[in-house]
Write a protein that binds this ligand. Structure first.
Ligand code: CMC
Length: 427
């Protein structure tokens, strides 16, 4: 939607920059003809101030701690919805009817079975292979096992959507089994998240009663991670997809982006940090002093966010459920208490206050996953499973947007201007 123009005066020339209005949130200045009109480009490292697209999927108000999927507040979805329902909402824009949701559930559940080829592929990786690398490889490989789902037509995209939700769950749960020394087991009929937990944790016989509290908590954690607009991994998915690479190649690249400790890897990094504080014998106050000092390069992992300059609303929901889950068997209450103390100190410290650093979703999730029995290398794949519908929704939105162009940023070149080649003997 175009509105009143903004004006830019450059080298004595005044340019009109059309303003694009958001339904809510930041409006944007259209600068796409700037280079043509002025010979200048804009520079914005880390895209602190750059909207790469228009989107109707997720809205974040970082100053006020608001997150909405398709207009629905995250708190309502977390308390009333399920992960597959939220997946449909993100991808198709509306909450599904009961029939549509049941059909999705059945289709996803049917596709949770892995073909023999896919199992052999997974077995080719070492048992202790880095799970995000295996996941990225497995998602990429879906294009080879299901070439009929790599097109851009609705039918292919619907099939790819179901395959991604289904296979990612089985692959991640199976990696967990394999790492723990178990054999692969087959999915059964049942609730998506229950099946995920059963595949991950049951004995080789496959019999296990899934703890309903854990199922509910994991469903909720997946919902909380399901989308977060143009974050690093989602922007990667859109960027790769903008070349018309297939959905699997695009999402595999997003998984690579998510693996970094500044992005999805922060849940594992936060838990490691808690352990390191305990092992070092430092008090929480001493650790916070090291973070502020910066000389040791320590960061308070699970704190701070590019967009949230107040409490991450996802972190607030996670903290609420952490208490109930951690009080069940296996819960590490001592670490939870330490984490809460760390939060309390940081939130009253000038360093964190002036930089507006608050706990993000990853501060407490590692503790929760750990209480459910997941080892730390599986934490980031769990984030990836949650983010799958968001990546799919953005890929599909990007493809259907007539304004999408192949992503190709410019640069400010600072290298040598021109020089002559020096033969080897003269260097
Ligand atoms: N601990 C200590 N200082 C911090 C932290 C932190 N966690 N985060 C930011 N700062 C400081 C930073 O040193 C800088 O200080 P100064 O102004 O003195 O140079 C200032 O705050 C601004 O930081 P920045 O790195 O410029 O901010 P950014 O927007 O580029 O980075 C971030 C955002 C999430 C990468 C960063 O806050 C961070 O590294 N946090 C820890 C990792 C983490 O928890 N990541 C999970 C993000 S949420 C899940 C997801 O979406 O992936």
């Amino acid at each position: 939607m175009a509105g009143a123009d903004a004006r830019l005066t450059l080298d004595g020339t005044t340019l009109d920059l059309p303003v694009e209005h958001a339904t809510v949130g930041n409006d944007g200045l259209q600068i796409s003809t700037l280079l043509k009109d002025t010979g200048k480009v804009t520079i914005d490292p880390g895209f602190m101030n750059t909207a790469s697209c228009e989107s109707r999927i997720t809205y974040i108000d970082g100053d006020n701690g608001i997150l909405r999927y398709r207009g629905y507040p995250i708190e309502q979805l977390a308390s009333q919805s399920t992960f597959l329902e939220v997946s449909h909402l993100l991808i198709h824009g509306e909450l599904p009817s009961e029939d549509v949701l049941n059909a999705l559930n059945n289709r996803v559940r049917r596709h949770m079975h892995l073909s023999d080829n896919m199992k052999q592929f997974l077995f080719a990786f070492p048992r202790d292979a880095q799970p995000m690398s295996v996941l990225s490889g497995a998602i990429s490989a879906l294009a080879t096992f299901y070439p009929e789902s790599t097109g851009h037509d609705d039918e292919s995209l619907e099939l790819a959507t179901v395959l991604l939700l289904a296979k990612a769950a089985t692959v991640i749960a199976s990696m967990q089994r394999r790492a723990a020394g178990g054999d692969l087991i087959e999915p059964r009929d049942g609730h998506y998240v229950s099946e995920f937990l059963r595949i991950a944790f049951s004995p080789n016989s496959g019999d296990m009663d899934v703890d309903p509290d854990f199922r509910k908590a994991l469903d909720l954690l997946l919902i909380l991670h399901a989308d977060h607009e143009q974050n690093c991994s989602t922007s990667t998915v859109r960027m790769v997809g903008s070349s018309h690479a297939n959905i699997y190649a695009s999402i595999a690249a997003g998984i690579g982006a998510l693996s970094g400790p500044l992005h999805g890897g922060a849940n594992e990094a936060a838990l490691k940090m808690f352990d390191q504080i305990k092992e070092s014998g430092d008090t929480v106050e001493q650790f916070v002093a090291k973070v502020k000092d910066k000389s040791e390069g320590a960061r308070l992992m699970g704190f701070g966010h590019r967009v949230y300059k107040s409490y991450d609303p996802r972190g607030a929901v996670v903290k609420q459920v952490a208490d109930s889950i951690l009080s069940k068997n296996g819960g590490d209450n001592q670490t939870f208490e330490m984490a809460q103390r760390l939060e309390e100190i940081a939130l009253s410290d000038e360093y964190f206050i002036e930089r507006k650093l608050y706990p993000n979703v990853d501060f407490y999730t590692g503790l929760l996953y750990s209480a459910m029995g997941f080892p730390s290398p599986i934490f980031t794949p769990l984030f990836a499973l949650g983010r799958m519908p968001g990546w799919i929704a953005h890929y599909r939105e990007m493809l259907s947007d007539p304004r999408t162009k192949i992503g190709r940023p410019r640069q400010i070149y600072l290298g040598e201007v021109e020089r002559d080649y020096i033969p080897m003997g003269q260097r």
